[in-house]
Design a protein around this ligand. Structure first.
Ligand code: ADP
Ligand code: MG
Length: 317
């Protein structure tokens, strides 16, 4: 069969791992690096499986309009009923935490109390909703912990917003959010491929908020002056036999939103209450953690994409 797997993305550091797995399995694929470029809407797309792996943090790699261009390509593909893995709905959620939280809420999944704000003055006014509580700021379109800061008072926020360090979200929307204090400094990220739970990874947060459970980010950490104590304990650890009722809820949420590949993050407070705060429409590739447990997200993804490609052929007959 001549149909290929097409990968829409803007991050070569990530796709290199997927391409290696696709090559291992002998899957024909094409790299659809998406940033500046064009799509002729009067043409027909090729036959194949299209995997959208666009990232909310693309602007941090100099690809400011990559998500917009990906949306254009996906609109064109969907118009022609092509098989898109993580299609337009997944992309809408990827680039907006507000969309994520509303969809999670609709699926009966608890999220932290959040106020979405555009405008500096409005930010200060809206923060009164958190009077007497600790809260954080974060970008609506983020990834990599962009704009995540912890505040214990409205005055501290005022100082930050008025000072030179204030870092606005690329879409202009800052989120004010209830700070969930975890008794132990870690969060949990659940990985899904084909809409099914694959594994959960525990991520050590004792060094701060910029958390991406990927090797690329681990490299950045190495140059971080705060680093040092972490060498004895790995930052990312796959939790063997993770089994929690939240998994079934996440799987239903993913199905309702047409998301097939995802990493969903939650944090638990001292009472054991679970708050879901981030949906990433991609999967993990932390080599050390995966080697330790013998589970490989990228391999599972490559197999899944190949499976979808084989299904195309059956469908076409
Ligand atoms: N409400 C919260 N309470 C406590 N910590 C949080 C909260 N939201 C985010 N964090 C911390 O900040 C990190 C980054 O936030 P997240 O929402 O995942 O943004 P991003 O999309 O940039 O990854 C999280 O992994 C977690 O450690
Ligand atoms: Mg996150």
């Amino acid at each position: 069969m001549t149909e290929k797997v097409y990968v829409i993305h803007e991050n070569e550091e990530w796709t290199v791992h997927l391409f290696r797995r696709l090559e291992e399995l002998g899957v024909p694929y094409e790299d659809w690096f998406t940033d500046a470029g064009s799509v002729d809407l009067t043409n027909e797309p090729p036959q194949g499986v299209f995997y959208n792996r666009m990232s909310a943090s693309s602007h941090t790699r100099g690809h400011r309009f990559a998500p917009e261009m990906a949306e254009a390509k996906i609109a064109w593909l969907e118009r022609h009923n092509r098989r898109v893995v993580n299609g337009s709905r997944a992309l809408r959620l990827e680039v907006s935490k507000v969309n994520q939280y509303m969809a999670l809420d609709a699926a009966g999944i608890r999220t932290p109390k959040t106020v979405a704000v555009s405008g500096k003055e409005q930010l200060l006014a809206a923060a009164s909703a958190f009077e007497g509580e600790s809260f954080i700021t974060k970008h609506n379109r983020a990834g990599k912990g962009l704009g995540v800061r912890l505040f214990h008072s409205l005055e501290a926020l005022e100082e930050y917003v008025g000072g030179g360090e204030f870092d606005e979200s690329v879409d202009g929307i800052t989120l004010l959010q209830q700070y969930i204090q975890a008794p132990e400094p870690f969060i949990t990220r659940c990985e899904f491929v084909g809409g099914k739970f694959l594994y959960a990874v525990q991520v050590d947060t004792s060094e701060g908020f910029e958390l991406c459970p990927a090797d690329a980010c681990r490299l950045e950490d190495i140059s971080c002056p705060a680093d040092g104590a972490s060498e004895t304990r790995p930052k990312f650890q796959i939790i063997e036999g993770f089994d929690d009722p939240i998994i079934a809820k996440y799987e239903r949420f993913l199905e309702e939103n047409g998301i097939e590949v995802a990493g969903i993050e939650f944090i638990q407070n001292a009472d054991g209450e679970l708050f879901t705060y981030d949906v990433n429409t991609n999967t993990n590739y932390n080599a050390d953690a995966e080697a330790e447990s013998g589970t490989y997200g990228m391999l599972e993804l490559a197999k899944y994409l190949e499976n979808q490609r084989q299904n195309l052929a059956t469908f076409a007959k």
